[in-house]
Design a protein around this ligand. Structure first.
Ligand code: KG4
Ligand code: ZN
Length: 399
């Protein structure tokens, strides 16, 4: 276990279209964690703290092409990587890089040309400083973003929350839509994922076909709430693919096709049509995501639920999940097709008040603070590597 109060992790992320670096340290007010703390309930644990979180976004570059062009992305990472590391160090008031104690880096999944830029920078720094390095799975990073609370000021962000296991995470981004069950830090099982498009990808594609711009999520979301504010409702209902099947998988490509069919039906499409389509589309995505997450909660009885990834910035999704979980915890209705024993277990679970952790909007999209937060727990478990022991894997599956 690492209990060095001087711990300073330099975390680097470049898996898609954000070049990011962050410094994570140990919260000086926290106490040792690990074996002792687990044996003695109530003992406080070491907590991480975000000293800086610098992100250089390529959104403007990719807006021109309506999506990420891998070659363009990796070239932009090359230009941004050193300046962003410098910025993370200076925002954290670190004068010399040699005071860094650990390096953390996203080693997959992602675009290989993008991953390699951050990965090789991290590897070189670990070699030059002769410091341990922690390769982090990007999806694991998104889960750990939920440990951070809202930025108190631009520079420092304290993480107050803690994970109570088992934990269920819904990670929704431009590349992933997964339901993940974690039994402990670093122990994952993917219980469901998209069989075609990711949720964020669906937002981006629908935005493109409505000619609204990139990235689609924030635009669609803004138009959807404008529609709801100005109208009492809509008769337009899009299909909810796979909502009733008995897996925890998702599918969004049929929904995108349904939107396309609707757009073609409405010749001479006006702004109001776009607002209505945006609202009905967002309703369908949110309904599927929340329904499946709630079903996974009933089955796996987690103590913590995490909503993370770029799409977790969606206000309708955040609100619906908060509401569904609070209804679940306050309801005592017996469920159909359950034995008395199953029902009483479920009621016990409901009464425990599951904690829902959702990162601040600023940490929903890709960033390096989340990579450093995940690395913090690997370091606590002495799960460290040297620069020559790590590999990049663009298809790395969390397990
Ligand atoms: O996690 P992220 O930054 O990058 C990936 O790992 O993919 O997620 C980006 C995705 C994009 O598809 C974007 O459209 C979506 O997150 N997104 C949103 C919202 N903000 C970003 N989707 C829905 N509603 C939003 N408010
Ligand atoms: Zn991501």
């Amino acid at each position: 276990m690492q209990n060095d109060k001087e711990m300073k992790i330099l975390a680097i992320e470049s898996s898609c279209d954000e070049t990011a670096a962050a410094i994570i340290s140990i919260d000086q007010n926290s106490q040792p964690q690990g074996f002792q703390a687990r044996l003695t309930p109530g003992v406080k644990e070491f907590r991480p703290i975000i000293l800086s979180n610098a992100v250089s976004s390529q959104v403007d570059l990719h807006a021109k092409t309506g999506g990420v062009v891998p070659e363009v992305a990796s070239r932009a990472h090359m230009e941004a990587i050193i300046p962003i590391i410098d910025q993370a160090l200076s925002d954290a008031h670190i004068e010399t890089i040699s005071s860094i104690t650990h390096i953390a880096v996203t080693a997959g999944p992602g675009l290989i040309g993008s991953l390699l830029v951050g990965f090789n920078a991290a590897k070189s720094i670990a070699y030059a400083l002769d410091k341990p390095i922690v390769p982090i799975n990007h999806i694991e990073g998104h889960i750990y973003s939920a440990l951070a609370t809202e930025l108190k000021n631009q520079k420092t962000e304290e993480s107050k929350n803690r994970f109570e296991f088992p934990l269920l995470a819904l990670v929704v981004s431009g590349g992933h839509t997964s339901l993940i069950l974690a039994k402990d830090h670093g122990k994952y099982e993917i219980i469901g994922e998209t069989v075609d498009d990711a949720a964020g990808e669906a937002f981006d594609k629908v935005s493109k076909l409505l000619d609204l711009g990139y990235p689609g999520g924030p635009i669609i979301s803004r138009l959807a709430s404008q529609y709801r504010n100005e109208n009492t409702g809509t008769n337009l209902i899009f299909p909810r693919p796979m909502i009733n099947d008995n897996t925890f998988n998702f599918s969004f490509s049929g929904l995108k096709t349904a939107v396309l069919t609707e757009v073609k039906k409405r010749t001479d499409i006006r702004d109001l049509d776009k607002l209505e389509i945006a609202a009905a589309f967002e309703d369908a995505v949110v309904d599927v995501l929340v329904t499946k997450t709630m079903r996974a909660i009933e089955k796996h009885e987690p103590n913590t639920v995490v909503l993370a990834g770029g799409v977790a910035a969606n206000k309708t999704l955040r609100g619906s999940l908060i509401k569904a979980i609070s209804n679940y915890c306050s309801s005592d209705a017996a469920l159909e097709s359950r034995t008395t024993e199953q029902t009483s277990r479920l009621q016990e679970h409901r009464s425990k008040n599951i904690q829902l952790l959702v990162p601040p909007i600023s940490l929903c999209g890709d960033n390096a603070a989340m990579i450093g937060l995940a690395a913090f727990y690997h370091i606590q478990n002495n799960d460290l590597k040297t620069w020559d022991q790590i590999k990049v894997d663009s298809n790395w599956e969390l397990s």
